[in-house]
Structures are given as structure tokens and as C-alpha cells.
Write a protein that binds this ligand. Structure first.
Ligand code: AMP
Ligand code: MN
Ligand code: MN
Length: 342
């Protein structure tokens, strides 16, 4: 049976479902949860959407967003079905899932690094986004695409393709987008919420990140650090600053951009790699205990942010055989990041 058929078999009869997605959810993650909610709504099933991390503020316009609950330690009755969306590994859902009894695990995703942790897996790395897969699911299920569902699906495809600019932008996703506009998604309004409603603090934080960006033109690498202090000074939550991840790669001549982000809990750093697919950053991230796509991948290190920069930057130079004429502070403090674990 094809992936979509197996998934629909598992979902169609379920009376109670838990839906979740990866930590620090992005546009595709949130939109996919809401899209599935819209798809299953007419079936009368009881659906709980629970996430361990908050979603970025700009997504509050999405229809049905109030249905997403931030896990707060509540106990839940067992769920016969858990649906994991846009999530490459079970532990990326967060540890709250381990505290809830779940039956069949349905895994719907487009990450090539997905480890097929579900009982039912539908992984399509050719899809631009999980949103694209959920559109296929809606069609397979015969669910009409109303404006709310169209808005969610369009947002997932839009954000995961970097506004139709990344290498995963295909004729297929443009066809889907075109159809979703016909079904009631409003591209101008969605883009206004996402890209033209920034706080001044967010813009100032962006300016500071750019000012403090490290660029090694010789080695074609750029990296930046986002600390809690920077976010606090700007009055921006770290969740709302996640899209600044694209800044290092936006420099002309740079083919690998890295963003180091301090976690709310001390002693942990998120590392995000971005490229145009060459170098394949999913390989780098996997070697450091993470995963992702060839052009966007990440990992989480149990290290303070300064230590993570001092370990990972020289490791990347070494791993990619890049040379720099001007060694950076991080390189002078070089030590091999042996034993880096997610
Ligand atoms: P990010 O840099 O957080 O935007 O993530 C980029 C891509 O890498 C996403 O598609 C994630 O699924 C994947 N990714 C990020 N962090 C991790 C991690 N700790 N483990 C596995 N995959 C990750
Ligand atoms: Mn995602
Ligand atoms: Mn995605």
C-alpha cells in the first residue's frame, strides 16, 4: 500500500488522537498540525494537539491556532493514535510524549533523515514540506479544501520553501500553491502576517546579529551567535528569533552559514546549518548527533554557546578542508569536538 493509504487506514477510524510536532516548531510544523485537525474535523474524532515548545508569534493568525496546547505537565488519558508531523525522530517531539500512553504511532514527514520511528510511516523526501503531504492526504480522504485548510497548507509550503526560493521549490509545490490560492488562501495577507508585521525590537535584533556576524570570505563560511541576552535586550522571545537563521548564508560568496543559539536552559546550544545543498549539511549535523536536509540541518549540543562555537567552527573548517588566512578566536581555541552528542 502507498504511504498515504496506510496513513489514512490508521487515521480514519480513530476516535481519539494526539497530534504533535518537533521542538521549536516552524511554519510547516504548526501549519501541518492545524491542517490535519481541519482534515479530521468532520470525522468527529477527538483531537488533541500538544507541543512541548511554543510557536513563533507571527503564526497566531493561522485558523485554529487556539487548538494548539503547550504541554504544561497535565496528565492525559491514553491515546489510541499518536500522529507525529514534520519530525525526523521521536525524541524531537520532546520528552512529554514519554509521559503519555499512546497506541499506534503515525509518522508523516519529508526529512530524508527520518528514522521511521512510527508504526505507520509516510516519509517523502521529495515533498517540499509536510504541508504538501497533508494536501495529498486531504485529497485521498475526499475532504474538500476550504479557506482555513488552504491557508494552513499554503503557509506550510510557503515557509518550508523559503517563500518559494529554496532548492525544494518544485513545479509540484507551485501547482499546489496555485490550487490553494483558488481554494481561498490569501498570499498577500499570509505574507503580511509573516513578513511585514515585525516589531521594532525584532528588526533591531536582526541588525545586531548582522553587525556581529563572522564572515570568512576566504573559506566561504559565515556564522553568528544568538544569545538570550541579545533577545532580552531587544524584547524578543528566542522562539520569535528563529527565522534569523538564514542571515549567515545570505552573504555573497558564503556557501555554508551557521547559527549558534543559546537555549533557555543553561548548558545547551542549538546549532543550525544552512547551505544550498553543497556542502550537504545533513551530513555535518548527523555527525554531531542531529539531522535534517542537505540544505538545512541542525543539532543540539550539551555545551555553553561560546564552547560550542569554539568547538564546532574549527571542526567545520577541518571537516570541509577549508583554510582561512585569518584564524578566528574560535580557531585559536581549537579543540576537536569529540563526543559531541545531541
Ligand atoms: P533548524 O536549524 O532548527 O531550523 O533545523 C533545520 C532542519 O534540521 C530541520 O528540518 C530539522 O528537522 C533538522 N534538525 C534540527 N535540529 C535537529 C536535531 N537536534 N536533531 C535532528 N534534526 C534536527
Ligand atoms: Mn519543520
Ligand atoms: Mn517541514
Amino acid at each position: 500500500m502507498h504511504g498515504v493509504e496506510r496513513v489514512w487506514e490508521a487515521l480514519r477510524g480513530a476516535r481519539r488522537l494526539l497530534v504533535s510536532t518537533h521542538l521549536n516548531p516552524d511554519g510547516d510544523a504548526i501549519s501541518s498540525e492545524l491542517a490535519l485537525d481541519w482534515i479530521l474535523r468532520s470525522s468527529g474524532a477527538e483531537i488533541s494537539i500538544v507541543n512541548q515548545s511554543p510557536y513563533p508569534d507571527p503564526y497566531r493568525f493561522l485558523p485554529g491556532i487556539e487548538r494548539i496546547h503547550l504541554y504544561n505537565g497535565d496528565s492525559y488519558a491514553p491515546f489510541p493514535v499518536l500522529v507525529a508531523l514534520d519530525c525526523g525522530r521521536k525524541n524531537r517531539l520532546g520528552d512529554f510524549v514519554g509521559r503519555i500512553e499512546c497506541g499506534t504511532v503515525v509518522n508523516i514527514d519529508h526529512h530524508i533523515s527520518n528514522d521511521q520511528f512510527g508504526d505507520v510511516n509516510w516519509i517523502d523526501p521529495k515533498a517540499s514540506s509536510t504541508g504538501e503531504l497533508l494536501l495529498e492526504l486531504a485529497d485521498h480522504a475526499g475532504v474538500p479544501i476550504g479557506p482555513e485548510l488552504a491557508t494552513c497548507l499554503y503557509t506550510g509550503i510557503l515557509t518550508d520553501t523559503g517563500n518559494f526560493t529554496f532548492a525544494n521549490t518544485s513545479p509540484r509545490c507551485h501547482r499546489h500553491a496555485s490550487r490553494l490560492i483558488e481554494c481561498g488562501a490569501d498570499p498577500a495577507e499570509i505574507s503580511r502576517y509573516l513578513y511585514r508585521s515585525r516589531s521594532v525590537g525584532k528588526l533591531r535584533l536582526q541588525a545586531r546579529l548582522i553587525t556581529e556576524l563572522h564572515v570568512d570570505e576566504e573559506a566561504s563560511l559565515a556564522w553568528a551567535t544568538l544569545t538570550r541576552e541579545m533577545c532580552d535586550d531587544a524584547g524578543v522571545s528566542i522562539t520569535d528569533a528563529l527565522d534569523l537563521v538564514t542571515i549567515p548564508l545570505s552573504v555573497d560568496g558564503v556557501d555554508l552559514g551557521i547559527l549558534f543559539r543559546e537555549f533557555d536552559e543553561p548548558g545547551k546550544t542549538k546549532v543550525s546549518f544552512r547551505s544550498e545543498g553543497d556542502p550537504d549539511v545533513s551530513i555535518l549535523a548527523r555527525e554531531l548527533g542531529g539531522g535534517g536536509h542537505p540544505s538545512a540541518a541542525g543539532c543540539t549540543l550539551e555545551m555553553e554557546t561560546d564552547d560550542a562555537v569554539a568547538a564546532v567552527v574549527p571542526w567545520v573548517y577541518d571537516r570541509l578542508g577549508r583554510r582561512s588566512r585569518k584564524p578566528t578566536l574560535a580557531m585559536l581555541r581549537m579543540r576537536h569536538p569529540k563526543g559531541l552528542e545531541a
